[in-house]
Ligand binder design. Structure first.
Ligand code: BHK
Ligand code: ZN
Length: 421
């Protein structure tokens, strides 16, 4: 195409040439399609082709309630037996927590036979995830056709960063990040609604107003932008970032294992193909390094809230070990209050406690880093639901989820305001 931009037809091409080019493009596209998917090509290479998303047609999500450690380890073995083929949405952690796993259609027979032969009872949590994916895309297309507006903030003028602060510099600050795992879409949506709520309730909600008079709130909505773009263009269920390294076949680092605190410890993986790959060194990933730099340079963060989904949990450090933090009693009672405030909105139940005792041991995580660096109020949410939809939470639940989460976040912020340190 003599150096012209891809996708643009040269005027000198005859109609026949154009047809040939089109046919050729389709053949090339089919050849480039990924093995695991339906053979549809990448949107970047062929922007004029419709719907290049991979198809998870008839993939199922199975739920197993393991009775004991032995059953848990049988489930862990499954990951080894079928590398890359079982996608744990909730990894085998402890007998009280369900194990949810997506099984590709092609593996369903084998995996179910494995479960049955070991006497592991399972239920089918999602019968065909493609149905949910199609519904999600349809709802998005519909909402794009509707107008959006927020009344109390002027969107028709340009703003500086300073305008968002009520004054001062390096004031006590609160950090919120959403979307560090790209497939956890409810977190980005909740963060966006929260930003709107903060802007529009300032001056009306007395507690929020007091908070903003003393502190700044920083929200990073798309903490894993490459991963997020990829969940929209190619693979809705992508978790890690998209970094590549010479000589390494698998793509992506788990940004919730790449932090300096406890880097490389239990509950993180040195295999680049693992979903919990920690990366080659602490803060090797720009997404993590940028936050470390920002928070360290600022020097006055008092709280950090890192938002994930799903499971309905509110947790605090440590993830890396079972050792309780020095402020365990205070963090426990604050988590309890926050979860109560959340419950009062729509009756949704959250469990709470330290990460390692509530969920599992995980090392190199955001909130451990925050706590170790002097940010006492370090919390991580796992938003809705408990597994009916998992990562594919319908958009109709965005606003209720955001509303209840906001009451928990507001409870934490109010406590921070009243407990200066
Ligand atoms: C969340 C916060 C801190 C440590 C672990 C977690 C759980 C999170 C993870 O990194 O393994 C699980 C997750 O997002 C999917 O629900
Ligand atoms: Zn997550």
């Amino acid at each position: 195409m003599r150096g012209t931009p891809r996708g643009r037809m040269d005027p000198w091409l005859s109609p026949v040439d154009r047809r040939l080019l089109l046919v050729f493009s389709f053949i090339l596209a089919a050849a480039l399609g990924q093995m695991n998917f339906t053979g549809r090509p990448s949107r970047n290479s062929f922007p004029w082709l419709p719907l290049p998303l991979p198809c998870f047609s008839r993939d199922q999500v199975l739920r197993i309630l393991a009775k004991d450690e032995k059953e848990l380890s049988l489930l862990r073995d499954l990951e080894g037996l079928k590398p890359q083929k079982v996608d744990f949405w909730r990894v085998p952690a402890r007998p009280s927590l369900p194990v949810d796993m997506r099984v590709p259609f092609s593996e369903l027979k084998d995996v179910k036979a494995y479960l049955e032969s070991h006497g592991l009872a399972y239920s089918i949590m999602i019968k065909d995830i493609q149905v949910l994916l199609d519904e999600e895309r349809e709802a998005m297309a519909k909402s794009r056709r509707l107008e959006r507006s927020t009344s109390s903030f002027s969107f028709s003028s340009y703003h500086t960063l300073d305008e968002f602060s009520t004054g001062g510099s390096q004031r006590p600050a609160i950090w919120i990040d959403t979307g560090i795992h790209s497939r956890e879409w409810i977190t980005h949506a909740t963060g966006l609604w929260t930003a709107k709520e903060i802007v529009s309730e300032y001056g009306k909600d007395h507690i929020l107003t007091d908070i903003l008079k003393a502190m700044d709130i920083f929200i990073e909505l798309v903490t894993n932008p490459d991963g997020f773009a990829f969940t929209h263009s190619m693979n809705r269920l992508w978790r890690k970032n998209k970094s590549t390294r010479p000589g390494v076949f698998c793509v992506g680092v788990d940004l919730n294992r790449n932090w300096k605190s406890g880097f490389g410890g239990n509950g993180s993986n040195d295999n680049p193909c693992s979903e919990t790959y920690r990366g080659p060194s602490p803060q090797s990933e720009p997404e993590v390094a940028a936050i470390v730099d920002f928070i360290s340079t600022h020097g006055n963060f008092k709280a950090l809230i890192s938002i994930h989904s799903y499971s309905q949990m509110l947790m605090y450090p440590y993830g890396r070990s079972l050792e309780p933090v020095l402020n365990q009693i205070e963090l426990y009672s604050l988590a309890k209050d926050a979860v109560k405030a959340l419950y009062e909105v729509h009756g949704i139940k959250y469990i709470f406690g330290s990460i390692s005792t509530t969920l599992y041991v995980a090392s190199g995580i955001t909130v451990d880093w925050a706590y170790d660096n002097g940010i006492k109020y370090a919390f991580s949410f796992e938003l809705r639901d408990t597994g009916r939809y998992g990562f594919l939470l319908p958009a109709t639940q965005i606003i209720p989820t955001a509303q209840e989460t906001w009451m928990a976040i507001r409870t934490i912020m109010e406590h921070v305001l009243n407990h200066p340190y």
